[in-house]
Design a protein around this ligand. Structure first.
Ligand code: NIG
Ligand code: FE
Length: 432
């Protein structure tokens, strides 16, 4: 192990196979993780990485209970001591927008696009989201679970500890429930936290062709309230676009969600300016995602309500888009900028959050500090977890990533080799 002798004394849990229940850390055990270069991402430290060199992270069970200079710390006060040997420590990374659970693949769609067809044309010719809906409906719970687990383990191997996962490839009550139950199963068995989102309004299912209003009604009256009562999701999402649902339909969905107290978000302004960013702000929603076509009104509305802008540069890249989201405008108006993979079979078959950070900088012009904040503090905020995840700070979850690098930018500089040397979840190390 490259991190020094302290690691020998550390509790190790290597059960990532999903055979055992997610380990619960002993709530009383105190650990001093000494000698780290901490990138706290705490804005009270500074507005960059919040770097604290030669500091120790103090944890008890699954919580951070303090951060202190290593010098002067009485190590005898702790049950365990782990020497981080000057490695860089960041909060566990957060992927706040994924379509993790689906059957089949869309390689054929991609080939069609490379042969000159647009995303909308491919969808109109029997490809697109509904091709995945057909495959997903035909795939058993067990097979969906297995495939999703592998994708999730790839994310975890890059230091991710919190992942949002949307439904949206079922588009009927039973199939949407199946997808959300897969998410719940993964959350229960793997060493990662999942946040489920209902995206029944992803595409018009074949049963409702020509009747989009009726389908929205079906979601508002049946699918959403039933699955909400079953505790299967935390927020509701909708794809607002010419090829999906319009602003009136989104408003109807959000009104019904508001009556049940369900937080909202949207796939907004990805291919055209539909006004969904503004609508999310009007409903005090969590995030508006994509945003290539967001206009100044939308930026102002989002900024006024603290709606997080979730940037998805891999979808932008894979669709060979030309229009970049208005980053500068959002920055000037203080819109929080998160970054996520949008992992899905059609527009972003990339489970790599490090690649998302890299592309957020090269394609969208984020600074490296903004990119790291985008997958920690801001992504946690986009999931309504801003007070428990995404920062190294007293009272926050003891979920963090340990990197053998000198500077944070190296985390996503060389994509071919991950410098992650440990991933700690619930205060438990899973060195690999
Ligand atoms: O975020 N934009 C809509 N939804 C996904 C694409 C899903 C798909 O094509 O299967 C997205 O890009
Ligand atoms: Fe998406």
């Amino acid at each position: 192990m490259r991190l020094g002798t302290g690691f020998q004394s550390c509790r190790v849990n290597n059960q990532t196979g999903g055979a055992l229940m997610k380990p619960n850390s002993d709530q009383n055990i105190t650990t001093a993780w000494t000698n780290g270069l901490l990138a706290t991402m705490d804005p009270e430290v500074d507005d960059q990485y919040g770097i604290l060199p030669h500091h120790s992270l103090l944890t008890q069970g699954a919580r951070i209970i303090g951060i202190a200079p290593t010098r002067g710390l009485d190590l005898a006060d702790f049950d365990e001591v782990v020497d981080l040997n000057r490695a860089l420590v960041t909060p566990g990374l957060v992927d706040c927008h994924t379509h993790l659970v689906f059957g089949g693949d869309r390689a054929g769609d991609w080939e069609m696009r490379l042969n000159g067809f647009s995303y909308a044309q491919v969808a109109a010719q029997g490809g697109g989201i509904n091709l995945t809906v057909t495959a997903t409906r035909q795939t058993s719970f067990d097979d969906l679970y297995r495939a999703s687990r592998h994708r999730l383990e790839a994310m975890m191997a890059e230091g991710v500890t919190l992942v949002e996962a949307k439904s949206g490839y079922g588009l009927e009550l039973e199939a949407e429930r199946k997808l959300l139950e897969v998410v719940r199963g993964l959350d229960e068995y793997l060493e990662v936290d999942l946040v489920p989102t209902l995206l029944a309004a992803h595409s018009l299912p074949p049963e409702f062709v020509g009747r989009p209003d009726d389908y929205i009604e079906e979601i508002c009256r049946h699918i959403m309230p039933k699955l909400w009562r079953e505790g299967l999701f935390e927020a509701v999402d909708i794809f607002v676009e010419n090829m999906a649902f319009n602003l009136d339909q989104a408003r109807r969905l959000f009104r019904a969600a508001a009556e049940l107290g369900i937080p909202v978000k949207a796939h907004a302004e990805q291919m055209s300016a539909m006004g969904a960013g503004r609508l999310v702000a009007e409903f005090g929603g969590l995030s508006a995602d994509h945003l290539e076509y967001l206009d100044e009104d939308g930026v102002l509305a989002m900024s006024g309500q603290g709606v997080v802008a979730v940037l998805l540069p891999q979808a932008f890249y894979f669709l060979r888009d030309a229009k970049v989201p208005p980053i500068d405008l959002m920055r000037r108006h203080g819109v929080p900028l998160a970054v996520a993979t949008d992992f899905n079979p059609g527009t972003s078959p990339f489970a790599s959050i490090r690649q998302a950070m890299n592309m957020a900088c090269t394609l969208f012009g984020l600074t490296p500090a903004e990119a790291l904040a985008g997958v920690t503090r801001q992504a946690a905020r986009a999931l309504g977890r801003g007070h428990s995840h995404g920062q190294l700070k007293s009272g926050y979850k003891a979920d963090f990533a340990v990197w053998e690098v000198k500077r944070p930018v190296e985390i996503f500089y060389e994509l071919s080799a991950s410098p992650l040397v440990d991933r700690v979840f619930n205060g438990i190390s899973s060195m690999f």
